[in-house]
Design a protein around this ligand. Structure first.
Ligand code: NAD
Length: 279
C-alpha cells in the first residue's frame, strides 16, 4: 500500500470542483477524513449544501473545516474570487482537484451552444482552476498536487452522441501533460499534476450496475497512484482490466501509425483485427 502524498496531510487545504456528487464528493469526504480542510464547489446548490453536511460530518473541525461555494468553474473571475475566499478562510492550498463536468449531446455538425458550454465547463473549468490557484501553490514552495479529471473517452474517442465531451477530455489530457512538464521544469516547484482517468463509475444518482466501480474505489486507486508518483492514473473497473485498457489505447494510437481509418475499433472492416489484436 503506497504512502499518502505529503500534500494529503491533516491541517492542509483541498479544493474540489464538482464536489456535490460522485467522484468529487467521495474525494472531498476522503480529504476531510484525512483531517484536511476542504473547499467544495458546485453549481447544484441544494446538492452542494447536502454535500457540505456530509463532508463536515467527517472533518476534524466539523463545519469549521468546510467551505461550500456555489461557483461555476467556467467563470475565471468567479474562480479567482473563490481563491481569495479559500485564502481568507483556510490559507494555502495543497490539493486542487478539477473534477466538475457536464455531459451534453452535441453531434459534430450542429449544436454550437452545447459545444461551447461543454468546452467552457469541461476544458476551461480545468484551465481556470489552474490559473486561479496554481501560481500561489508554486510560490508557497511546499508539496502540493493538482488532479485533473480526464476520461478514457479523451484517449480512445468512442463514437456516440457526445463527441464534445471526448474533445474536451482530449484537451484536458493534452493540457495536463503540458502543465506537468512546466511544473517539473520550474525551479523550486514542489507542485505536481496528475491525470485521473476513472473507468465506469456509478455516480449522479444512477443505479449501481454489476461491473461498475463506486466512487470510493476510484479515490482509493487515485491516492495509491499519487502516492507512487504516477502521472497517468487510468482506473480499471469490474469489466475493463488494465491490460484491456492498454490494448484499446495502443489500438487507438495504431490508427495513425498503421494508416487505418479513425475510430477503426468501431469500423466493421476492422472488427476482427481489433478482436484478435495483441499488443
Ligand atoms: N462516472 C464515470 O463513469 C466517469 C468516467 C470517466 C470520467 N469521469 C470523470 O470524472 C469526473 C467526475 O465524474 P462524476 O461522474 O463523479 O460526475 P457527476 O456528474 O457525479 O458530478 C459532476 C458535478 O459537477 C457539477 N458541475 C457541473 N457543471 C459545473 C460547473 N459549471 N461548475 C461547477 N460544478 C459543475 C455537477 O453539478 C455535478 O455535481 C468528471 O470529470 C468525469 O468526466 C467519470
Amino acid at each position: 500500500m503506497a504512502e499518502n502524498h505529503p500534500a494529503l496531510t491533516a491541517g492542509r487545504v483541498a479544493v474540489v470542483t464538482g464536489a456535490a456528487s460522485g467522484i468529487g464528493l467521495a474525494a472531498a469526504k476522503r480529504f476531510a477524513s484525512l483531517g484536511m480542510k476542504v473547499c467544495i464547489t458546485d453549481v447544484a446548490e441544494d446538492a452542494l449544501a447536502a454535500a457540505a453536511d456530509e463532508v463536515a460530518g467527517l472533518a476534524g473541525g466539523g463545519a469549521d473545516d468546510v467551505l461550500a461555494a456555489a461557483v461555476d468553474v467556467g467563470d475565471l473571475a468567479a474562480m479567482e474570487t473563490l481563491k481569495d475566499w479559500v485564502d481568507e478562510r483556510f490559507g494555502d492550498v495543497a490539493v486542487l482537484m478539477n473534477n466538475a463536468v457536464i455531459r451534453l449531446d452535441a453531434p459534430t455538425t450542429e449544436g454550437s451552444e452545447n459545444w461551447r458550454r461543454t468546452m467552457e465547463v469541461n476544458f476551461f473549468g480545468v484551465v481556470n482552476g489552474v490559473h486561479a490557484f496554481v501560481p500561489a501553490m508554486i510560490a508557497r514552495g511546499e508539496p502540493a498536487i493538482v488532479i485533473n479529471a480526464g476520461s478514457k473517452q479523451g484517449i480512445t474517442n468512442p463514437p456516440g452522441t457526445k463527441p464534445a465531451y471526448n474533445v474536451a477530455k482530449a484537451a484536458v489530457i493534452s493540457y495536463t501533460e503540458s502543465l506537468q512538464h512546466e511544473l517539473r521544469n520550474t525551479d523550486g516547484c514542489q507542485v505536481t499534476a496528475h491525470l485521473m482517468v476513472p473507468g465506469w463509475t456509478t455516480t449522479g444518482g444512477r443505479e449501481h450496475q454489476p461491473g461498475a466501480w463506486l466512487p470510493d474505489q476510484v479515490i482509493d486507486y487515485l491516492l495509491a497512484a499519487i502516492g507512487n508518483g504516477d502521472f497517468y492514473v487510468i482506473c480499471p473497473d469490474g469489466e475493463v482490466s488494465p491490460e484491456e485498457d492498454r490494448r484499446r489505447i495502443l489500438w487507438a494510437a495504431g490508427d495513425i501509425v498503421e494508416n487505418r481509418p479513425p475510430l477503426s475499433r468501431w469500423h466493421p472492416a476492422y472488427a476482427e483485427a481489433f478482436e484478435t489484436f495483441e499488443p
